[in-house]
Write a protein that binds this ligand. Sequence first.
Ligand SMILES: O=c1ccn([C@@H]2O[C@H](COP(=O)(O)OP(=O)(O)O[C@H]3O[C@H](CO)[C@@H](O)[C@H](O)[C@H]3O)[C@@H](O)[C@H]2O)c(=O)[nH]1
Ligand SMILES: O=C(O)[C@H](O)COP(=O)(O)O
Length: 299
Amino acid sequence: MSTWFERNTHHVSEWSVDGLLALKGSQRVSLVVPAKNEAPTVGGLVTRLRATLMETASLVDELVVIDSDSTDATAQVAAAAGAAVHASAAIRPELGTYPGKGEAMWKSLFVTTGDLIVFMDADLVEWDTHFVPGLLGPLLSRPEVSLVKGFYQRPGEHGLDGGRVTELVARPLIALLHAELGGLVQPLAGEWAVRRSLFESLCVPTGYAVELAALVDTVAAHGMEAIAQVDLGRRGHRHQDLFDLGAMATQIMAAAARRCGRPQSDVLILEQHLPSGDGIRRAARPVTVVERPPAQEVA
Ligand SMILES: O=c1ccn([C@@H]2O[C@H](COP(=O)(O)OP(=O)(O)O[C@H]3O[C@H](CO)[C@@H](O)[C@H](O)[C@H]3O)[C@@H](O)[C@H]2O)c(=O)[nH]1
Ligand SMILES: O=C(O)[C@H](O)COP(=O)(O)O
């Protein structure tokens, strides 16, 4: 009897772009890049993705950058490179706005038309355009699959590193509360693809818990066989400061706690004790842990 891992772990080399185009037929694909202050990298990302997946082949029908309250030139750089750019806060303004990546991804549902949605981070420094066909492979070839996570080796200070939050928060949480997800190589990967019908049915944490919540809620509603993962090779990204990752970890743990029936206020206070000159500065960091309702329930 094979395991989930054996049945549902793929390699990008299993699919060619031509083969995927044949499988795609009339389905539409949206590539969505949530971006906050990513002016140094977003232009190159958009340019390469457009050239390979929209101009050379028509695998992607729209490439949308959701500008998540950037204070740099992210929006202008992305638009100049050929992306359709929307400010997260300006999408359906009557719904209000929250800070965060999950908010940008949830809002993307109101400005895209794809039956299949591929998400990619904008801060990638080591990556390639094959990420997108790799993520689409299982969705286009396996009707029972609705959510596909990318995984990869992660170049780091010590040769290859895991992500700090992945190893110290996500995996322990999975071991404790959601052991069925233990076969996922990169549960927090920002590179993943989903059927619109599934993503529209999910509650979406507005911050960094969007990935963990999508996995947990998909399994609860549809079982593990709705999820697949694809080896995409290597991926490198900009690293956040340890204290900023504390806020990310708080959001992920809050989403897990909420799914165990633990109610929360919309904002938690994370007390941090930061180095300051020769001493320590105490800082109370507000962390937004609001969740959006399923988009299909929003008129
Ligand atoms: O308020 C925000 C913060 C980030 N981003 C964008 O989201 C992407 C990923 O953010 P990043 O800060 O680079 O996340 P990582 O530290 O790399 O975190 C990893 O782990 C997170 C938790 O699951 C995932 O959400 C990320 O995609 C994944 O790369 C980037 O394009 C950001 O510009 C936003 O759009 N809005
Ligand atoms: O996956 C993670 O844990 C976060 O992306 C942080 O990754 P890093 O430790 O490589 O910066």
